[in-house]
Design a binder for this molecule. Structure first.
Ligand SMILES: Nc1ncnc2[nH]cnc12
Length: 600
């Protein structure tokens, strides 16, 4: 007979007992007055009175009518961006998050399978259970030649056999609907392993959504109640979102009475350092769901049992407090606030009344992870020849295509007439016209030969090395900014009012091994180093948040006037939202699935 049974039957003493709480039973969608009896790292029983198994060595946690819930599960996020999780996980713990399902869209596109392996190695021994999904990005070929060779693709597919890998990560619908899916190899393996496929269906509706639903199992891009219903009707698990990118919790509130609760999960989709400190993590997400009218027991279920079942983590005992489950337990004082007072992870008390028993950790990545920004600040890369414009008269340029920054991640296409200086087209900040450059940063060091005209293409792959276009609506009056934190793309992005500052910013980001740099009149005036794979700071969270704020303030001071300038920048090459973005070889015309140049 196992130890759990001996204690459940009252023959042995428990290691830990949580007494006197209102225990959330997510299977029932209700709270019951129970004690929680723990042996080692498992729940052994949920009796009404655990006194008979409390011995001299039993640790007793008194819940005093507080809510006792399973540890929270984030159903979708990006832990390998902005800040290494090993430096940040204690904030997750303090808010009751004990399991996270994460994309690997920072390390993965740069280092392929090795990126995922390093991510798992860095997060394996934390008191937060981290599970990964395999990034499909290296297999995508819509706007660039595929980055992964056959060996790389096989290595990514092989990861699906790993118990810590629960599925294939999000694919933007534009890469998959109405065409052969470039990530098919991963989907076949996910199918064979009984694992999930995530979608990114922003703006995908009607028959296109139904077509996408033939591929994907979950999506977190519903922004209205109707979107949530559409997902569930099409058999797609709907993951609600509240985090640093967006607050879509009203959609969950609106759909709550229309769809079975079992079909809904909750996620952050990224809680960046500032919000992690100021707002919390899944505790904040559950709070928002309750604010939107979701019954507390259901909100907890959406952040525990539902994601656990969807990703097969219930087999590991995640998401429940039923006998045999993992002893990940959260005590909550007040369900309006969702203020977590005590957290047990794997049977150990890791947080109690303001005291966190765990501290940031470090992970030594391979040297190449600290040397993954191989770009040059060659002036040619930022130069746009005057004859790139069409239809200009003497002295005045003709028109060229430009990206128009809109709200948040959205951008559109516009035509602009940049001034001519010598034989070049230049930025015109007074007319709200900036240059925008995306450079391949060759994370693995495979830097191509430069051509005599200054351009270059990666050997064999045919992939162009970089592109400079124009941008409106960002608002810089002077200076420039560069960053290697570019969603899903191993590149360095620069936006600026003049080439010299753009070059300085790019050079600085390269020198620091990745990060953000804001430059004014040749000086770096704000920076945030993200030297792990070019995308993550390995600093204390508080320090990362402070530097992030400083970069944003510097951008504002230089005139950036959009609602989220740093979000706009890091998504300028992201194909998940329309309509005109940057690629390494031109503008990516997202909805038409083609790369277009400066002129129509
Ligand atoms: N929320 C997110 N953060 C980073 N990369 C992403 N790619 C798609 N969604 C993302």
């Amino acid at each position: 007979m196992n130890d759990l049974q001996s204690v459940a039957l009252g023959d042995e003493d428990a290691d830990l007992v949580v007494t006197g709480g209102r225990v959330c039973l997510p299977e029932m969608g209700e709270f019951q007055s129970r004690d929680v009896v723990v042996v080692d790292d498992r729940v052994a029983a949920l009796p009404e009175d655990a006194t008979p198994v409390v011995g001299d060595d039993t640790r007793v946690v008194t819940a005093s009518n507080r809510v006792v819930a399973p540890g929270f599960v984030d159903a979708h996020t990006h832990l390998d961006l902005h800040q290494t999780f090993e430096n940040a996980y204690h904030y997750a713990v303090e808010g009751g998050t004990t399991t996270v399902v994460s994309e690997v869209t920072g390390y993965g596109p740069a280092f392929g399978a090795e990126g995922v392996e390093q991510f798992l190695a860095a997060t394996s021994y934390l008191p937060v259970r981290v599970r990964a999904v395999v990034p499909p990005q290296p297999l995508l070929d819509t706007f660039e030649p595929r980055r992964a060779d056959d060996e790389d693709a096989d290595a990514l597919a092989d990861l699906l056999a790993d118990d810590r890998v629960v599925g294939v990560g999000e694919i933007d619908w534009i890469h998959a609907v109405g065409r052969d899916t470039p990530a098919e190899l991963l989907y076949e393996r996910a199918d064979a392993e009984g694992k999930t496929v995530s979608g990114h269906a922003a703006g995908c509706s009607g028959e296109k959504f139904a077509a996408f639903a033939t591929i994907i199992d979950d999506d977190h891009e519903a922004i209205s109640g109707e979107d949530v219903v559409t997902r569930v009707e099409n058999g797609v698990h709907a993951i609600g979102r509240y985090g640093s990118i967006r607050d879509d919790m009203a959609a969950i509130g609106d759909a709550y009475d229309e769809v079975p609760t079992a079909e809904l999960s909750l996620s952050s989709d990224g809680m960046w350092p500032r919000e992690l400190i100021d707002e919390g993590y899944m505790d904040a997400v559950v709070r928002r769901a309750i604010e939107e009218g979701v019954e507390p027991a259901d909100a907890i279920r959406m952040a525990t049992l539902n994601p656990a079942r969807h990703f097969g983590l219930d087999d590991e005992g995640v998401g429940s407090l039923s006998p045999g489950s993992v002893a990940d337990i959260v005590l909550i004082d007040d369900l309006d606030e969702v203020n977590v007072t005590t957290v047990v992870s794997g049977g150990e008390v890791v947080y109690n009344k303001g005291e966190c028993m765990v501290a940031p950790r470090s992970h030594e990545y391979p040297d190449r992870f600290y040397d993954s920004v191989n770009v040059s600040a060659d002036p040619e890369q930022f130069r746009v020849p005057a004859d790139a414009a069409s239809g200009g008269d003497d002295g005045a340029s003709g028109e060229v295509r430009a990206i128009e920054c809109q709200r948040g991640l959205l951008s559109g296409e516009t035509m602009v007439s940049p001034p001519v200086e010598g034989d070049e087209l230049v930025a015109d900040p007074d007319a709200d016209l900036l240059k925008a450059t995306l450079l391949d940063r060759h994370p693995k060091g495979d830097v191509p030969e430069r051509r005599s005209d200054g351009s270059s293409a990666s050997a064999d792959s045919g992939r162009e090395d970089g592109f400079t276009g124009f941008l409106t609506g960002f608002g810089l009056d002077s200076g420039a900014v560069a960053t290697s934190v570019v969603w899903e793309t191993p590149g360095v992005l620069a936006v600026g009012a003049n080439d010299a500052d753009m070059r300085t910013a790019v050079g600085h980001v390269a020198e620091t091994g990745g990060g953000w740099a804001v430059v004014e009149d040749g000086d770096v005036v704000a920076e945030l180093p993200t030297r792990v794979a070019g995308v993550c700071a390995d600093l204390e969270v508080e320090e990362t948040a402070k530097l992030y704020d400083a970069v944003e303030s510097a951008l504002r001071r230089l005139g950036a006037d959009g609602d989220r300038p740093m979000l706009t920048l890091q998504t300028l090459a992201f194909a998940g939202v329309p309509s005109l973005k940057l690629s390494f070889s031109g503008y990516a015309d997202i909805l038409n699935r083609r790369v277009v140049g400066l002129t129509p």
